[in-house]
Design a protein around this ligand. Structure first.
Ligand SMILES: Nc1ncnc2c1ncn2[C@@H]1O[C@H](COP(=O)(O)OP(=O)(O)OP(=O)(O)O)[C@@H](O)[C@H]1O
Ligand SMILES: [Mg+2]
Length: 529
């Protein structure tokens, strides 16, 4: 995770250090010009070294990802003024014979001190990884340090004398010029993250802040401090993308479970309703034949001979014998049964609606007992063979929750329990109770249990012991996140060969509760002693 707060804090520290250095520079100049007592020189130089070190640390820390080593390990060590001058002399090839610290008392040393003070500042500014640029009132770049040039891919010669808008997207030039003016006039800030342009045209992202100064020409200038955060923004975006993918997988997994379960549940009533309709259809054809025969008989009675009538009656007897078979007797119950089947399907659709609460994905008063009931209906098809579900519900107050999400948790715990128990004698006990400000739900099974080495990992996304197609390993990680979001807690106790019990605690009002869950269930298990 990118620690933007830390970066901003470090940048603020860096800015403060630069301000202090400017102040020290002024004091050193004053001292060199003889306006201050000579013994202050030592004091200022010590102070200068300290401030330069804190600038180093702050800029280091601002440009390192938070996972890197602590800035103090990487930043330059404190440097005495003598060492500083020596380093300066090493760097300045144009003045290889920079003297060691001049005597603060010598007048010849005053000019030298002044020159060195300037050199020192320039070296610091040029060696800092923080980009620094000075722009005049017209937005023309007057100075850009090495880091600033490096961030944008230009040389200093290519930048100096050009409008600072060479680094902004063409369509944003007016916006930036306007911001620049308003900033100098004192009623807009530059502070923030911005998208700008590298020389190559590719977008880069910077964290920027600025200061207003009056230049030696007496005119207003803007000093902008810039840190390249492109890499961090990329990491942030990657993290966001993988989070989205996980969410998508979660959605698909719970949706898949629900759809599969529902398809199964609907298949049975649909099957018998269809059978019944086929039987009733064939019966209908026979009844139609019988009615046709009656029509004919009617004609015979009116216009035919008694012999014809007798023949017709015999035929009708035969037909009505055929009609009055088992299906005819069963017809009312076939109708009743089909209506019930259709009611079951309708009920399932209603449960699905209740379960997914597609129409009310909001945070609302929720009755946990009702949520579990509606989940059990959805999970009904799972309870095959002799699996017994025992409900021990206590009356519960409504809790503030996302009901559809809680249903997802319950469905996964119930599904896991069903998959863990023996079909012949499986027992799943679901208990609910109120404990103080919490509602507690316990889902226990007498299944195979979870070995300790798995117990540590069951909340990890994609951890599963099930065969491909049986489990994705997302169920408990989703459950953990949902419970965490509700400021609740999920615990598990398990014994191999005996069974498993999951306990969920949910605050009645999560808004008044501080999070109870461990922020990362994956590092170590909170459940094992
Ligand atoms: N009640 C239980 N009894 C025994 N083992 C369990 C129980 N609940 C969870 N587990 C173990 O924890 C693992 C992770 O469970 P989880 O619900 O996260 O994924 P899954 O059930 O394997 O897959 P999915 O839930 O995505 O279908 C399971 O594979 C299983 O080994
Ligand atoms: Mg599961």
């Amino acid at each position: 995770m990118i620690d933007y707060k830390k970066i901003k804090k470090s940048l603020k520290k860096a800015l403060k250090a630069i301000e202090q250095m400017e102040m020290l520079d002024i004091l050193m100049r004053a001292q060199a010009a003889g306006h201050l007592p000579p013994n202050t020189f030592q004091l200022f130089s010590q102070e200068f070294a300290k401030v330069s070190q804190s600038l180093n640390q702050a800029t280091h820390s601002a440009t390192l990802p938070s996972s890197s080593a602590a800035p103090s390990e990487n930043a330059l060590p404190p440097m005495s003024y003598q060492e500083w001058l020596k380093k300066l002399a090493d760097r300045q090839s144009t003045s290889p014979s920079v003297a060691p610290a001049p005597s603060p008392l010598s007048t010849a040393g005053a000019d030298e001190a002044l020159r060195q003070s300037e050199q020192r500042l320039r070296t610091i500014i040029d060696s800092t990884p923080l980009g620094i640029v000075i722009t005049n009132e017209d937005g023309i770049i007057e100075y850009a340090n090495q880091a600033y040039c490096d961030i944008y891919g230009y040389t200093a010669q290519e930048m100096i004398g050009k409008p600072f808008t060479i680094v902004v997207p063409p369509e944003k030039k007016d916006f930036w010029m306007d911001l620049h003016r308003k900033y100098l006039d004192g009623y807009k800030e530059i502070r923030g993250e911005w998208e700008v342009r590298h020389k190559s045209g590719r977008p880069i992202y910077i964290l920027a802040d600025a200061a207003r100064i009056i230049g030696t020409d007496g005119k207003r200038k803007k000093v902008t401090f810039v840190s390249d955060i492109t890499e961090m923004i990329k990491l942030k975006e990657e993290a966001r993308q993988s989070e989205l993918q996980l969410l998508q997988a979660e959605k698909m997994s719970s949706l898949g479970q629900m759809v599969a379960g529902l398809a199964h549940e609907m298949n049975t009533p649909l099957g018998f309703v269809r059978n019944n309709l086929e039987l009733l259809e064939s019966k209908h054809l026979e009844i139609r034949e019988l009615l046709n025969a009656y029509d004919k008989l009617r004609t015979q009675i009116m216009y035919g001979t008694p012999n014809d009538v007798a023949m017709m009656l015999a035929q009708i007897d035969q037909l009505s014998q055929k009609v009055k078979n088992r299906v005819y007797e069963q017809a009312p119950s076939l109708y009743r049964n089909s209506i019930e089947g259709i009611d079951r399907i309708q009920d399932l659709i209603l449960n699905l609606k209740n379960f997914s609460r597609l129409d009310e994905a909001s945070f609302k008063p929720t009755n946990v007992n009702e949520s579990i009931e509606s989940t059990l209906k959805i999970a009904n098809h799972l309870f095959k063979g002799g699996i017994q579900v025992i409900k021990e519900f206590s009356p519960l107050p409504d809790i503030m929750a996302y009901p559809a999400q809680l249903n997802q948790v319950f469905l996964n715990l119930i599904t896991n329990a069903v998959q863990a128990v023996d079909e012949r004698n499986g027992r799943i006990v679901i208990r609910t109770m109120q404990q103080g400000d919490n509602v507690v739900i316990k889902i226990a099974d007498n299944g195979k249990g979870i070995p300790p080495e798995h117990l540590k990992r069951i909340f990890e996304p994609f951890f599963t012991t099930k065969d491909v197609g049986q489990g994705t390993g997302l169920g408990l990680s989703i459950a953990y996140r949902i419970i965490e979001k509700h400021k609740g807690k999920i615990d598990v106790q398990s014994q191999v060969g005996k069974g498993t019990e999951f306990t969920i605690q949910l605050p009645i009002n999560p808004m008044q509760t501080t999070a109870k869950s461990t922020s990362s269930p994956f590092v170590e298990s909170p459940f094992l002693e």
